[in-house]
Design a protein around this ligand. Structure first.
Ligand code: G
Ligand code: MN
Length: 246
């Protein structure tokens, strides 16, 4: 894979935006979705893990992120039922002084209110440059966007970071969810994360829920929102609309 191939893939619409629904753990109602990219290369579906790191390196990720936001806004514009959609934000954006303006221009173009867009920053990106992340958080919050911390628990110094930066939504990484039904220590850790998040007034989303047992357990410990294969795989936007918004 090289730069030219990726650029062409984006141009030729081989890079697709998928949505994975998120459900309220108590009511089981749809409460949002995360947008995720897929590269449909002929018959092959290239997973994001094999092209996103490359795009992060070259900086092309900023164009992919912009394409995702634009595509999501285009669709949201026609939805009657308003639900928030999460988009993943590359750490690259932290260093682009015009990025926040671009975000605002894009949502304005489609008449989307900022509160319906959740910007996911990974814990690792935030730790990497906490000052830049704080600045970005302040600016996007001033415009009304929601801020989510992605992959919580996989990086380091997560806790001190939560003190320094204002986060609306905590996305608890799949690795915690995986262990939750077998492991007593894992249970204590995830319960504590959720109770802390509540006290800090953050919404909690558990990622990568694959079994009923995991869902039941997360519900009993007060986790707010669920996302994972147990509920639904990421799907094409048209399918998402058909299944959930018709
Ligand atoms: O890092 P981030 O949370 O943005 O990435 C989410 C990734 O996890 C996506 O690629 C998505 O397809 C994948 N995913 C979502 N739910 C599940 C799940 O229940 N099990 C597994 N193995 N992967 C999942
Ligand atoms: Mn994410």
């Amino acid at each position: 894979m090289n730069q030219k191939e990726i650029e062409q893939a984006l141009e030729n619409k081989e890079i697709k935006v998928y949505l994975q629904p998120q459900f309220d753990l108590n009511s089981e109602k749809l409460v949002g979705a995360e947008s995720l990219v897929r590269w449909q290369r002929g018959a092959i579906m290239v997973p994001p893990s094999s092209f996103i790191p490359f795009c992060e390196q070259t900086g092309f990720i900023t164009q992919i992120d912009q394409y995702v936001l634009e595509t999501v806004c285009q669709h949201m514009q026609k939805w009657k039922q308003k639900i928030p959609i999460a988009v993943n934000e590359s750490r690259r954006h932290l260093y682009n002084p015009h990025h926040v303006e671009e975000l605002e221009q894009t949502i304005r173009k489609y008449g989307i209110e900022a509160k319906y867009i959740e910007l996911e920053m990974t814990e690792t990106a935030i730790v990497h440059d906490i000052e830049a992340a704080k600045e970005a958080e302040r600016k996007v919050h001033a415009l009304g966007f929601k801020v989510a911390m992605d992959d919580f628990g996989t990086g380091y110094s997560s806790f001190s970071m939560l003190r320094q930066i204002e986060i609306d939504i905590l996305k608890i990484d799949k690795s915690f969810v995986d262990e939750v039904t077998q492991d007593k220590r894992g249970k204590i850790i995830i319960e504590t994360i959720i109770s802390m998040a509540k006290k800090l007034k953050m919404t909690t989303i558990a990622e990568g829920i694959e079994t009923k047992e995991q869902a039941e357990y997360l519900k009993t410990i007060g986790c707010d929102i669920a996302q994972g294969y147990y509920y639904a795989l990421p799907m094409a936007i048209e399918e998402f609309e058909r299944r959930y918004l018709a």
